[in-house]
Each structure stands twice: as C-alpha cells, then as structure tokens.
Write a protein that binds this ligand. Structure first.
Ligand code: NAP
Length: 341
C-alpha cells in the first residue's frame, strides 16, 4: 500500500483537470482496504474511490479528503461444462479483462471493448456499448460495506441496474472489490448498431470475440480524442430517455429526430441534438470544446481548468433545455458526489 500527500487530481483523472487531493492511498490488495481506511479514519477524512478516473470531474479547489486508488489485480477463469465464470478484481483495467477473455475465446464482453476505466467502475454505471450492457453477463458484485466493515455480495438483481445506473452510484459506502461475469463458449456477433453493421458490410472479420473487440476499438478510436494529447471523460452526458408524448411533441419541430424505444420511454441520441439541432459540433469555450467526430465527447486542451469544463457543460445543458425542453444528465460525476466518511 502506498500513501502519498498533495497529489494533483489532474494526474488521476482522464479529463486532466483539478487541484490536489490531500491524501492518495493506493489499494493493491483486499488487506490494503482495511489498512487504508484506518489511516483515513485516524485523520478524520472523507474518502472517494477512484479507478482510472475516466468518468470524474475534479474541481480546481481539489479534494480535502482521501482518494482510495483502486489497483487490486487478478482475473480468475473457471470453466464449467456450459459456460465460464470469470471473477475479476476491481483494479484491473476494463479493456485488459475484455482482451483476456477474448483470448480465451469467451463471448459476452466483446462489444464493450475499449471502454476506459477499471473493472470496479464498470457496474457503477452499468457500462454499455453497441447494444450490450454489463448487466447482461454480470453474475454478482463483491464489495466492502464500510459502515460495518463487512464483505457483501450483490447478485445481479440486487444491483439496481438501469441505463448507465446502479445502486453503487448512490451508495458511496460500498467499495467494489470484484465482479463475476458468466461468459459463453459460443456466440452470435451482436451487430445491430450501425457502426458494427457497417463494419460487417465492409467485410471486416466479426467472427470471434477477439475480432469484434478489435473492430470496436478501431471504431472508438475514431470517435474519441487521443488521450495522450487531450483530456476527456468520453461521453460527458447521458443520452436522454423521454416519454412517448414528449417525443411526439418534439418531432413536430424536429421531424428527423432519431429515437430508440426503451422500457422506460424513448432514448434520444444526444449527439444528434447537439450536432443537427444546435450546431454545436466542435463548439469551443476557452480551452474546452465538443469533439468534432462525436459532439457528446467534451475535450479539455492543455491549460483547461475544471471551471471551464463545468461552464461549457452548463452552457450545453441550457441550450438543450431551451431547444427541446429536455434536462440532460451528466454521465461524468463530480468527485464530491461519491464521497463517504
Ligand atoms: P452511437 O452508436 O452513435 O449511438 C448513439 C445513441 O443512439 C446511443 O444512445 C445509443 O444507445 C443509441 N443507438 C444507436 N443505435 C441503436 C440501436 N440500434 N438500438 C438502440 N439504440 C441505439 O453512440 P456513440 O456515442 O458512437 O457510442 C458508441 C457506443 O458506446 C454506444 O452504445 C454508447 O452508448 C457507448 N458508450 C458507452 C459509454 C459508457 O458506458 N459510459 C460511454 C461512451 C459510449 P446506447 O447508449 O444504449 O448504446
């Protein structure tokens, strides 16, 4: 376990903005959680858990608490007669897990290739891409409940999953340590989304989890800026889900507005609203802008501040509500919204 003081949050988050965290404790094993928490409590600090910081906006003022940097390693694959159970630790990079199971020929995670972040962060927002959400393959999530310092296992149905949401987003006293997924020995490529369908039509090999994973990574590379150059947290906002009636009203003004039916209503691609209705593709505010290839992606250039990111995001929220009446939600979270003491 490593303990550091006064660490810039810009180094711990992919948006690359934010002031210093007072304390950063690297958690490399289950035992480190207990030892780390003891130090945090001794200093009477609140804490947040960070993985790769790929969905977090840290403020310019920094964080006067402790960051528990989740780095527990390990992937264990248990093959049964009909499927494989894969238990991965929270500190593993998500894409490392996707690659590892693809190398084993296991189906189920391939559409989720290339999503930044750690395994521990994946259930928090029920990551999803190209028609597959984590909940489809998830068996259970192991966590430590810091209110009682006990381990708890949540079966899938107890995780409160919905679109980019779960109980873990709202219960900061739970530190996720492992997830278990159930993967198949054979599968059918899920190519319902147009990007993958087009790849298929262009003759790309989509015959194995490894090939699909690589195709998805190639597609994503076009839609997201190079992290070596820019700061970004990927999609900054959630795609809104609105009622059928609201959608009908909107199509009176915006006839071509695309939509996808969901259990709770109608999902609207926010990128369409930002691009085609508001003309905001590439829109720039100081050192921040909406990415030209995918306007849902907010980019921070070198020299950007958290305040600039927040100002651009607020401006977008205002423009969307004015044009459509839709109050959009951020996918990226403020560090304070997930702290616990
Ligand atoms: P996209 O594929 O252009 O899709 C834009 C929107 O349309 C999304 O809301 C998507 O739903 C929806 N959509 C597109 N085709 C659909 C279909 N055939 N059926 C139902 N809904 C459909 O989005 P993108 O921005 O380029 O991102 C690619 C994929 O990566 C998307 O699935 C996106 O959600 C995902 N992604 C996930 C995260 C995350 O988990 N945090 C972050 C960034 C991107 P869905 O959102 O339900 O897919």
């Amino acid at each position: 376990m490593e303990v550091r003081e006064h660490v810039p949050l810009s180094k711990l988050t992919t948006l690359k903005v934010g002031g210093e965290a007072l304390l950063v404790v690297t958690i490399a094993s289950l035992d480190d959680i207990g030892v780390g928490l003891a130090q945090v409590r001794e200093r009477n600090l609140s804490f947040v858990v960070l993985g790769e910081g790929s969905n977090v906006l840290a403020s310019d003022e920094g964080y006067a608490g402790a960051v528990l940097l989740m780095r527990i390693p390990g992937i264990v694959i248990e093959r049964n007669q009909h499927n494989a159970l894969v238990r991965a630790a929270a500190g593993v990079s998500w894409d490392e897990l996707v690659r590892a199971v693809a190398e084993e020929g296991l189906w189920g995670l391939e559409n989720l290739a290339g999503i930044p972040g750690t395994v521990g962060a994946a259930p928090v927002q029920n990551i999803g891409a190209y028609g597959i959400e984590l909940e489809r393959v998830l068996v259970c999530v192991d966590a430590i409940d810091v209110r009682t310092d006990t381990s708890v296992t949540f079966a899938r149905d107890a995780c409160g999953f919905s679109y980019r949401d779960s109980r873990f987003k709202h219960e900061p006293w739970l530190i996720i340590t492992h997830i278990t997924v159930c993967l198949a020995y054979a599968g059918v490529p899920q190519i319902g989304y147009s990007d993958l369908h087009t790849a298929h039509e262009h003759g790309e090999d989509l015959g194995s989890p490894r090939a699909i994973g690589q195709t998805v990574r190639n597609i994503r590379a076009q839609k997201f800026p190079d992290l070596a150059v820019y700061g970004t947290a990927g999609s900054f906002f959630k795609n809104p889900i609105i009622s059928q009636n609201r959608f009908k009203e909107l199509t009176k003004h915006y006839g071509a507005l695309p939509s996808f039916p969901m259990e709770q209503g109608v999902k609207i691609p926010l990128a369409y609203i930002l691009d085609k209705i508001l003309g905001l593709r590439g829109y720039k505010h100081e050192h921040t802008f909406l990415f030209g290839n995918q306007p849902l992606v907010l980019v921070a250039e070198a020299g950007a501040s958290a305040h600039e990111v927040d100002t651009l995001a607020q401006e977008i929220e205002k423009k969307v509500v004015e044009a459509t009446g839709i109050s959009i939600e951020r996918e990226v979270r403020n560090i304070h919204t997930h702290e616990w003491k």
